[in-house]
Design a protein around this ligand. Structure first.
Ligand SMILES: NC(=O)c1ccc[n+]([C@@H]2O[C@H](COP(=O)([O-])OP(=O)(O)OC[C@H]3O[C@@H](n4cnc5c(N)ncnc54)[C@H](OP(=O)(O)O)[C@@H]3O)[C@@H](O)[C@H]2O)c1
Length: 231
């Protein structure tokens, strides 16, 4: 399959690329930083392509759609990129400004909505289209999510509504909600630190969506560290 990974240059998106490549899929990695994208290609098959785009820029999404129309007819779309709340006020919904809320909704919801609208006709053509949205356990919990949590709740609603509508066109929609995961932002304290998920755990879960029979869809999968959320 041809699979577009929005936010494929590091973290969970890169881990998904590693697992999907093992299954022989052809990948298009999307991110803002061309050097990171180039670095991310190391160790992946030569067929891996990259596309530099800031998904909060509608014109960049149009360019991505044009690229896909011409060169990369997608069967799969992984919506993984996200903006995160300011660390100091991250758990609050009283301290961040409305503009901060607007920016996080723009990146985590509106941008993905726009991408789906632009790429859906191509996914429909595939005949076995799949969309995977990466949410968060902050999009399930009712506390301490802050404005990031608001955006992930909205994304979850988008995923449910999209699944219902997309199935008539043969496109399956999966929502994966990770708990805390070791990434560049969340480093290990020691080699045997196990309080967060590994990015490879998420890579395996995401790749599994594409391993099932065409008539099967993982609707929602919540995955947390064994010891639970860290907040
Ligand atoms: N890590 C966790 O603990 C955790 C927990 C729960 C849920 N999640 C969710 O998992 C997903 C991935 O998280 P992560 O921790 O792996 O993130 P990350 O390490 O920050 O990676 C984010 C990826 O998205 C790209 N990106 C970010 N903003 C973008 C934009 N505006 N346009 C295009 N690309 C953009 C980044 O590349 P550039 O910066 O070069 O653009 C990078 O490839 C997110 O949806 C996040 O909410 C993560």
């Amino acid at each position: 399959m041809n699979i577009v990974i929005i936010g494929g240059s590091r973290g969970i998106g890169r881990a998904a690329a590693v697992e999907l490549a093992k299954d022989g899929h052809r990948l298009l990695l999307v991110g803002r930083n061309p050097e990171s994208l180039e670095k991310a290609k190391a160790g992946l098959p030569d067929s891996t392509e990259t596309f530099t785009a800031d998904i909060t820029d509608a014109a960049a999404i149009d360019q991505l759609a044009a690229y896909c129309e011409e060169r990369f007819a997608p069967d799969g779309l992984i919506l993984n990129a996200a903006a995160f709340a300011n660390h100091a006020t991250g758990r609050s919904v009283l301290q961040p400004t409305p503009d901060e809320l607007g920016a996080i909704l723009d990146a985590n919801v509106v941008a993905h909505y726009r991408i789906v609208r632009r790429l859906f006709p191509l996914l429909q053509k595939s005949g076995r289209g799949r969309i995977v949205l990466i949410g968060s356990t902050a999009g399930i919990r009712q506390d301490k999510g802050g404005i990031y949590g608001i955006s992930k709740w909205a994304l979850r609603s988008f995923a449910y509504n999209l699944r219902e509508e997309a199935k008539a066109y043969g496109v399956g929609v999966s929502l994966v909600n990770p708990g805390g995961t070791f990434t560049e932002r969340r480093q290990k304290q020691s080699a045997d630190d196990k309080h967060l998920l590994e990015t490879s755990d998420l890579g395996i879960v995401i790749a599994t969506v594409f391993r099932l029979s065409p008539q099967a869809v993982i609707e929602q999968l919540d995955i947390r560290p064994l010891t639970g959320d860290t907040y």
